[in-house]
Design a protein around this ligand. Sequence first.
Ligand code: ATP
Ligand code: LTN
Length: 326
Amino acid sequence: MKRVFSGVQPTGNIHIGNYLGALKQFVELQDSNECIYCIVDMHSITVPQDPKILRKNILDVAALYLAVGLDPKKSIIFVQSDVPGHAELSWILMCNSYTGELSRMTQFKQKSKGSESAPTGLFTYPILMAADILLYDTDVVPVGNDQKQHIEITRDIAERINNKYGKTFIIPDGRFLKAGARIMSLDDPTSKMSKSAENIHSRISLLDDSNKIKKSIMKATTDSDGIVRFDIENKPGISNLLNIYSAFSGISINDIEKKYEGIGYGEFKKDLVSVVNDSISPIQKNFNEIRNSKELLDILRDGAERANAISEKTIKRVKDKFGLGL
Ligand code: ATP
Ligand code: LTN
């Protein structure tokens, strides 16, 4: 059995990009692997958060984890800050990483915009992510394409420490889905769909109502030639919608293109609204049942306990390798 680890930030409503790129894989993997899924609240404070909203968002993500089909009997589900090993290992990794490699991270460059007052945590964000992964001797990390660089630096740091101190860490592999790895924004199909973009119609959140979903899809940017064909270079808008259609319906892009041959974008978009709604409404129903239950808190407490048991063993092993403590 392989060990799987991944995390989602509690920074707002989870959108279909998060679902198709990451959460869908989480569910697929839990039947034949040992899975650990985290709500990475300490990553979320690398940018300012309102404490009340943060707490609400943590519980929303936890409830969505369960609503999409994660089963606490199969997977460990917990909140990052409930397990102190993440911060502890992060420091040790920080002492074995280079400011140069962190400076090359595109996420840091984008989010800090070169400002001298960018939080240090934003700079060291990838190290905390490496700690999340290495703490659990993870083999596989299911994520969206945007996380490739973070997986690479995790591997580099683990290899560096293994070379210096003897085998300490497992070298993890990223796992990326074909259809959902990079869902693009609906209003600007050249940038990725994001929780934080200003225009709410640029994304479809898992908790959006059907009217909002319809409006966002009907407004989605396309081109003017009216042909439903996958061509990322010349038709990024339609290609993105085809991707979403295919990922939710399981129908190949080729077959969808054939289905809409000679039919305009209007029909295609209308059907896409139904495809998305049909997939999302059972998730919303589950979410509403779970969100305010006592069971949710019990699941997170139990998850933290189980995660902590694994984490403590790793921390002990790493401290021994480094000669730390008594
Ligand atoms: P955002 O930029 O949308 O606020 P984020 O990148 O901070 O989100 P997280 O919530 O931490 O996102 O991401 C959770 C998972 O969703 C990660 O595995 C990430 O790779 C994936 N993901 C995020 N955006 C997309 C997207 N547009 N398409 C596919 N996967 C995505
Ligand atoms: N950086 C990730 C979230 C994240 C993560 C992790 C993903 C934090 N720690 C460990 C996988 C494994 C993001 O999606 N923004």
